[in-house]
Design a protein around this ligand. Structure first.
Ligand SMILES: Nc1nc2c(ncn2[C@@H]2O[C@H](COP(=O)(O)OP(=O)(O)OP(=O)(O)O)[C@@H](O)[C@H]2O)c(=O)[nH]1
Length: 312
């Protein structure tokens, strides 16, 4: 945050202007009240109403000028500031009027402070939002992010009549890994797996999240079963190449994953729960086959019914 600049207090400027106006008007009124204004020596007494009228007129002019100054110098900028703050509250983009921020008085100071406050709030909001949508250990998205993104992606995919694939990735014998190498090493292992997932699924539309524990879910839009299986195998191979030792695994001497793949064909009515359940049931088959493999399945109405899930 930038250091706050020292500004000239506005009230001094206002008091200065007001004092000057008073001085000028006082001098003029005193001058009007002098008899020399009029031709005859007794005119001062005769034309008292004229002098009073002139003095009144002058007073009105001075008051009018004061009100105009106040309006121009204070009321209008404050309204501009209120409009700016309201726009920000309603989520409209925009900077405070430059004429306000550039002022070297209290109004400028207030505009600057409001701008700083809004910037700080924006940063804090972004940080909080990130925290609620991300898994703190791996930095991947969490289930809430998955739901948020699928809320948009599923209807879009259905409208475009495009396939959609989900990959449930589960670490093999992870309990044994934790027991043998310790929980902190287990955490590091999960971070490494998250990195491999990030490296494999790089498209902007790929959704990669940690569902919890040692389970990750990847959703690929516009990807059919063949392509999803190819990517699942690529991820599995890449992880084995990283070569994190796992002495207690019966699947391989290194950490491995099992991947259940479920692909919804264009037009299949599917929601988040069904997608997860179908990928999970394919994962179950991987585990039954001895782990460290991928199993793919097409999600159809029959499968949704078998999984006891709504078909529409
Ligand atoms: N280090 C670490 N371990 C975790 C975390 N979340 C869950 N776990 C552990 O992950 C393990 C999961 O064990 P299981 O569900 O039995 O699965 P598994 O041992 O991998 O067995 P299979 O999946 O059948 O191969 C448990 O020991 C959990 O304590 C985490 O954030 N960090």
């Amino acid at each position: 945050m930038q250091p706050t600049k020292k500004k000239k207090p506005t009230h001094w400027r206002f008091l200065g202007t007001f004092a000057l106006l008073l001085l000028v008007s006082g001098t003029l009124m005193w001058w009007i009240a002098q008899p020399h204004l009029l031709d005859s020596p007794s005119a001062g007494e005769v034309d008292l109403p004229l002098r009073l009228a002139l003095a009144g007129l002058l007073l009105v002019v001075v008051l009018g000028a004061t009100v105009a100054c106040l309006q121009r110098g204070y009321t209008r900028p404050i309204h501009q500031l209120v409009d700016y703050v309201r726009d920000q509250r309603e989520g409209k983009a925009g900077e405070p009027p430059t004429a306000l921020v550039g002022r070297d008085d209290d109004i400028g100071l207030l505009s600057h402070e409001i701008q700083q406050l809004l910037d700080t709030l924006r940063e804090q909001n972004e940080r909080l939002l990130k925290q609620t949508l991300n898994d703190p250990l791996t930095g991947l998205g969490n289930r809430r992010l998955l739901e948020q993104r699928l809320d948009v992606a599923l209807p879009l995919s259905r409208r475009r009549m495009a396939p959609l694939s989900a990959l449930m990735v589960d670490v093999d014998h992870f309990k044994d890994y934790n027991d043998h190498y310790g929980h902190p090493a287990g955490d590091e292992c999960l971070v490494e797996i998250a990195n491999v997932l990030r490296d494999t699924f790089r498209r902007e539309t790929d959704i990669v999240v940690r569902l919890g524990g040692e389970e990750f879910l990847v959703v690929l839009l516009d990807v059919d079963l063949d392509e999803a299986m190819r990517l699942a195998e690529a991820m599995r191979t890449m992880l084995q190449a990283v070569g994190i030792p796992h002495e207690r695994s019966s699947a391989a001497p290194v950490v491995t994953v099992s991947i259940g793949v479920a692909t919804a064909l264009p037009g299949t009515p599917i929601d988040v729960e069904s997608l997860i359940a179908c990928a999970d049931s394919a994962l179950y088959q991987c585990k039954a086959k001895g782990r460290n493999c991928s199993v793919g399945s097409i999600v159809d109405r029959q499968m949704l019914e078998n999984a006891n899930l709504p078909t529409a």
